[in-house]
Design a binder for this molecule. Structure first.
Ligand SMILES: [Zn+2]
Length: 188
């Protein structure tokens, strides 16, 4: 059991994600990032299978065969593409659903932050892209979501953080028209 080390990693990771989210134009959303990690369902297995250099979910999978902490996490956190899956009524099987841009943006911030926290001094602007590409073949993610995330990761690896966050910010503000949302003022 490593509750303090696990807590330290969560806090460090959240801090990094929040900083990224402010740069990506989704600061308020970033403040709520990964809060379910403080629930007992996620915190206890996280402390038990703590490893430091990779996610404790991997350790739980090796020990139990699957990760209950991860299932709890992905079902509640919209910045994971695994949340965005649903049953296809025609094909009668699970399929990936496109993610709203602001959650793709948070996923970008999350992946860059996780690469920094786990890789430490070995991190560079290409790290998050390399990690994304390693898992690409087996990932059940909507093609549009995958392409958008990858475009930002490529930009990061080729032009650095400033250019990548500018592109994310631009996409978030361009794709978040408020006009079609029901007006709160009219309702009262
Ligand atoms: Zn998360």
């Amino acid at each position: 059991m490593h509750p303090f080390k696990h807590l330290q990693v969560i806090l460090k990771h959240r801090h990094q994600v929040i900083r990224h989210c402010f740069r990506a134009g989704i600061g308020w959303q970033g403040l709520r990032h990964d809060l379910s990690k403080f629930s007992p369902e996620e915190f206890i297995p996280g402390a038990r299978y703590f490893q430091g250099s990779r996610s404790p979910n991997e350790g739980e999978r090796e020990a139990v065969g699957y990760s209950r902490a991860w299932m709890h996490h992905k079902g509640r956190n919209k910045h994971h593409f695994e949340y965005w899956t649903d049953y296809d009524p025609v094909k009668k099987q699970m399929r990936a659903v496109p993610m709203p841009v602001r959650y793709v943006a948070e996923m970008f911030c999350d992946r860059v932050a996780a690469s920094k926290v786990y890789l430490k001094e070995n991190y560079n602007d290409g790290s998050a892209l390399a990690y994304f590409q390693r898992g690409k073949a087996n990932r059940s993610i909507h093609p549009e979501t995958s392409a958008l995330l990858e475009s930002w990761l490529v930009l990061l690896s080729e032009q650095g953080e400033k250019a990548a966050f500018a592109a994310v910010r631009q996409a978030v503000s361009a794709r978040a028209p408020r006009a079609h949302l029901p007006s709160r003022r009219k309702a009262f």
